[in-house]
Design a protein around this ligand. Structure first.
Ligand code: HAM
Length: 418
């Protein structure tokens, strides 16, 4: 039996790959405009990092991590997210000593053992940005705008920015008790999942997709009603900055997010277009994370976007892919044995000048090479045969207009680059 890709993983190629490249260009352009630096961390970390950073009682740590013991007996985990690794790196390399504000971005594969379905994979990719060092609402707004710009510049419009405040740790603790008391009153009617979660992670019950849970939660106490003055002011200041930027949002009092490190602002970019996997991206302020990882007190805020979900939304929205199918480059065709060597030399010359060149590697007939040139969607086909060799010329055919000219071999560049 042939071996297939692991369930929940995907190959990326062809047209899809070109779309990814375009997305990567948007990541680079937007992060450069916001002055964020790329940061790359290893694909695996000590398991302890995620246990402490993401939280023991979260779904990620409880049931989704790819954890293994290496040959030296260390417990390692394929990264399920990037915020804990970035903070680990900040602490390890004392980045904040060098500059009290760190603006960092990343893009790369993440791993979670989830039940695969459309928009949910076991290896998926995130693009994200973290703004570390500022407790002020300007940092929250900067991060939200960066995420918004990436989606927008990739051509996406069919999404909503949802936002909520989780308040300070004190607010959350007080609210937690009130929520548990409420859930206890309705315990018998709650879904099995919510019953399991209500003590360890009661805020997550608010996120439940179960219809019965949702009906009960209609009358649950809301975190928003428990916020203290500072938390309220922080939220209002972020919303005011979004208003000024003209970025639309929806305050969602049920939005809590699934990771333990958040406080104050949390947000998600959601869409109706992807069925149940409705979050294209999400993030928030995570002031507690540095101290959870033994790195002192440092405020921070960030987000990640799921790249596969961004692509699915792109497809669902039918974004106009300008230039996606335009012919480009040249097919350099050797006709007959004698032409093979000179053609390879000309190919290298053109490639060094940045021309995209395809040559035939199967020693095909002229007819078969022309068919191949059509498949490769090139802008020009260049043919060199016996008579061209004798006169040091080449036949250049414009594949769009069909026009054909014979030029000196040294003049090929001027035709195909014009
Ligand atoms: P998260 O909400 O767990 O947050 O993931 C962010 C995004 O990654 C999701 O909105 C979704 O688009 C994508 N994603 C998550 N799991 C999968 C999956 N199994 N398959 C496909 N896509 C998926 C975080 O990871 C935080 N680190 C975000 C953050 C950064 N908070 C502060 N800074």
């Amino acid at each position: 039996m042939s071996i297939q890709a692991v369930r929940g993983t995907k190959d990326i190629s062809g047209e899809e790959m070109r779309k990814w490249h375009r997305a990567e260009q948007v990541f680079r352009d937007v992060t450069a405009a916001f002055s964020y630096q790329e940061y790359r961390t290893p694909m695996f970390e000590h398991t302890e990092l995620f246990k402490r950073g993401v939280g023991q009682d979260t779904d990620i740590v409880g049931k989704e991590m790819y954890t293994f013991e290496d040959r030296g007996g260390d417990s390692l985990t394929l990264r399920p997210e990037m915020t804990a690794p970035i903070v680990r790196a900040c602490i390890e390399h004392s980045l904040l000593h060098h500059n009290p504000i760190q603006r960092l971005w990343y893009a790369g594969p993440q791993f979670r053992y989830e039940r695969p379905q459309k928009g949910r994979y076991r290896q998926f990719h995130q693009f994200g940005a973290e703004c570390i060092g500022s407790p002020h609402p300007e940092a929250d707004a900067e991060i939200i705008l960066l995420g918004y710009e990436v989606l927008r510049q990739f051509g996406l419009t069919d999404f909503t920015l949802e936002i909520n405040s989780l308040g300070s740790a004190d607010v959350r603790n007080a609210y937690r008790s009130a929520l548990i008391a409420f859930l206890e009153e309705h315990k018998a009617q709650l879904s099995e999942d919510s019953q399991k979660r209500m003590y360890a992670n009661p805020l997550r019950v608010l996120d439940s997709k179960d219809e019965r849970d949702r009906a009960i939660l209609q009358s649950a106490p809301l975190l928003g009603d428990h916020l203290d003055e500072d938390s309220r002011a922080h939220m209002q200041a972020v919303l005011a900055l979004l208003d000024v930027a003209g970025v639309p949002y929806k305050v969602n009092p049920y939005l809590v997010r699934g990771l333990d490190y958040y406080n104050h602002i949390v947000f998600e970019f959601t869409t109706e277009a992807l069925g149940t996997q409705n979050a294209v991206g999400g993030g928030g302020r995570y002031d507690p994370l540095f101290s959870m990882l033994g790195g002192g007190q440092h405020p921070a805020v960030g987000f990640s976007i799921g790249i596969e979900r961004m692509m699915l939304l792109h497809d669902a929205q039918n974004v106009d892919e300008q230039g996606a199918d335009e012919p480009r480059g040249v097919y350099l065709s050797a006709i007959g044995e004698e032409a093979r060597l000179p053609v390879q030399m000309i190919a290298l010359r053109l490639r060094r000048k940045g021309v995209h060149v395809v040559t035939d590697l199967l020693r095909r007939s002229v007819k078969a090479q022309m068919k191949d040139a059509n498949r490769e969607n090139v802008a020009f086909t260049i043919m060199i045969g016996e008579s061209e060799l004798a006169t040091q010329t080449a036949v250049v055919k414009n594949m769009v207009t069909g026009e054909q000219v014979t030029v000196d071999q040294t003049a090929i560049e001027s035709v195909v680059l014009s």
